[in-house]
Ligand binder design. Structure first.
Ligand code: SF4
Length: 81
């Protein structure tokens, strides 16, 4: 999972910080910092954070789920399942 926050839209409401404090945090009074590629264990929290953002500034990219499907297929085709 990758995250992009459109900082031109972010109004520092802090909803994402409450929803996923391990991923989003404030540096100083209003500067939002975040992990671009959070661990999978925070996936649900990040989705809540994106849903909670009042200005829809958080964009999620779940493309890294694809390789899991590919490797699963490869396992089946390779007879390792
Ligand atoms: S919830 Fe949205 S507007 Fe608020 S700090 Fe997070 S990204 Fe910025």
């Amino acid at each position: 999972m990758r995250i992009v926050v459109d900082l031109t839209r972010c109004q520092s409401y802090g909803q994402c910080v409450f929803a996923a404090p391990s991923v989003f945090r404030f540096h100083g009074e209003e500067a939002l910092e975040y992990d671009y590629t959070p661990d999978d264990q925070f996936r649900e929290q990040v989705r809540w954070a994106a849903a909670a953002c009042p200005v829809h500034a958080i964009i999620l990219d779940d493309q890294d789920e694809q390789p899991k499907h590919i490797s699963h297929k490869e396992n089946i085709m390779g007879g390792k399942a």
